[in-house]
Design a protein around this ligand. Structure first.
Ligand code: ADP
Length: 258
């Protein structure tokens, strides 16, 4: 399988007047095209630092990153984000919000015909067709996250970084939205990295889970996730017999980490 992202021996420390904080230690992994990777680990271990390095906001102290076969240096349009807050603008309609990323990328308002077709296709496929003229406040939390995802998908990033994207939602909405977004990403065959502290969420969504040690984070364990399901959706995974086994396995790893 093609590797889209490759990290080799990444280390990073923060240097402040108070001293040095070692955040990452010798992290290496690669991600295949279309793969969904989840990263879990104790709070403060270095997960956000790792994402910042992947998207080029921080330069690794040691090691290198290759994105799409090239040495990667800056945050460019190869990487897309989905964050805890959807960052939709109330002064723009849903349609205007979903095209915003492309407009910024083009540095001019409006879209090409091809992009317009794709925007309409995604809005229709993911149930927002009738809400194109609505304002974000008229939508449910789940619909807003879907709009935020469409905005990101339209930019055709090679890798999507999901940083605790559902944690601002209440529990029930969170389950539904994770199910929804997980299915969209699979259908669109997107390569994604999810950072979460929620084990169940990681197991329900990922093809592979990396467990990080406590700070400075190193890779403690990598677990491949495979469910014997005809229709492999996050919600169906949660009810499958393998789910509990994965949960116990990862729970044990994380506690050995303590
Ligand atoms: P996580 O996302 O796993 O909670 P972070 O990557 O945010 O962990 O942080 C890892 C460590 O680096 C923590 O000890 C944190 O306090 C420290 N840290 C994060 N950002 C900075 C910064 N800008 N300056 C100094 N230390 C930082």
């Amino acid at each position: 399988m093609d590797s889209i992202l490759e990290l080799k021996h990444i280390s990073y420390s923060y240097h402040t007047p108070e001293g040095e904080t070692r955040a990452l230690s010798d992290i290496s992994f690669s991600l295949n095209n279309g793969e969904f990777l989840a990263i879990v680990g104790p709070s403060g271990c270095g997960k956000s630092t790792l994402l910042s390095i992947i998207c080029g906001l921080l330069d690794p102290e040691k090691g290198f990153i290759k994105l799409n076969g090239h040495y990667h240096q800056s945050a460019d349009n190869l990487i897309g984000y989905m964050l805890q807050h959807d960052h939709l603008f109330e002064w723009r309609t849903i349609y205007e919000n979903v095209i915003l990323g492309l407009e910024i990328q083009h540095k001019f308002p409006g879209l090409t015909e091809k992009e317009k077709c794709r925007a309409n296709e995604l809005l229709k496929a993911y149930g927002l067709d009738k809400f194109q003229k609505a304002r974000p406040s008229e939508l449910s939390g789940g619909m807003r996250q879907r709009a935020a995802l469409i905005r990101t998908l339209l930019m055709e990033p090679k890798v999507l970084l999901l940083d605790e994207p559902f944690s601002a939602l209440d529990y029930q909405t969170r389950l539904n939205v994770a199910d929804d977004i997980g299915q969209i990403l699979r259908r669109e065959k997107r390569t994604a990295i999810l950072v979460t502290h929620d084990l169940s969420e990681a197991i329900s969504l990922a093809d592979r889970i990396i467990i990080l040690s406590k700070r400075p984070a190193s890779i403690q364990e990598t677990i491949r996730i495979k469910f014997d399901l005809e229709n492999d959706t996050p919600m169906l995974r949660r009810n499958a017999p393998e789910f509990k086994n994965y949960f116990n396995l990862i729970w044990k790893e994380l506690n050995e980490n303590e």
